[in-house]
Design a protein around this ligand. Structure first.
Ligand SMILES: C[S@@+](CC[C@H](N)C(=O)[O-])C[C@H]1O[C@@H](n2cnc3c(N)ncnc32)[C@H](O)[C@@H]1O
Length: 185
């Protein structure tokens, strides 16, 4: 979805952070349009892979800076968590703190799949919105189980997020159970 006109409309010249990036495919697609992209995940093995991928595959290096950062949804409520998140450059060195950068957009693909992780993910989105007023969040996923899908909507409501589905003309051609939400507070 992000590689087409929707990506351009949502991400052109924006500072983007991806939650639960894994190897970083969503963030790499975003780098086609964005001014900067921060890939995040919580496992050291995944972070190593991310850094290596940034080093090898940032084909838009002239227009988009890319960083990796460790963000564990289960830890975000710890004291001073946000101000301690480090940005790792493509050469593996620390390039500064995330809190020194304004974020314009948060994205997440396939991060709604395990019921116990929905609430920690909500806390994480809350943290990013608290630090970046008016921040829009775009979450895209294929429903794996109706319970998790419903839990997401309930949790968004409980956390006072406003959300709406969009892009159905694309998501539903991929899969009838595919969703993209715009989430704001
Ligand atoms: C199904 S994968 C999706 C990866 C990638 N976004 C994609 O679409 O290919 C879910 C990702 O969420 C990450 N994740 C799960 N729990 C997490 C947590 N507590 N904190 C941060 N990331 C987490 C996993 O490490 C994994 O990379």
């Amino acid at each position: 979805m992000l590689s087409g006109t929707i990506g351009h409309d949502l991400l052109a010249n924006k500072r983007v952070l991806e939650v639960g990036s894994g190897p970083g495919l969503g963030g790499f697609v975003a780098s086609k349009w964005a001014k900067s992209v921060v890939l995040t995940d919580y496992q050291d093995l995944v972070l190593d892979l991310m850094e290596s991928n940034i080093n090898k595959y940032n084909h838009h290096v002239a227009t988009c800076e890319m960083f990796a950062a460790k963000v564990d949804w289960n830890d975000v409520q710890k004291d001073n968590y946000y101000t301690n998140i480090e940005l790792i450059a493509e050469d593996g060195t620390v390039a500064g703190k995330l809190s020194d950068q304004q974020l314009d957009v948060v994205i997440g693909t396939d991060v709604v799949y395990w019921p116990t992780q929905v609430e920690p993910l909500m806390n994480t989105l809350d943290m990013f919105v608290a630090q970046n007023t008016g921040l829009p969040i775009y979450i895209c996923y294929i429903e794996r189980h109706v319970n998790t899908h419903n839990l997401l909507k309930q949790s968004l409501t409980d956390h006072n997020f406003t959300f709406s589905e969009f892009g159905q003309e694309i998501t539903k051609t991929i899969n009838a159970d595919s969703y993209m939400y715009k989430i704001t507070k």
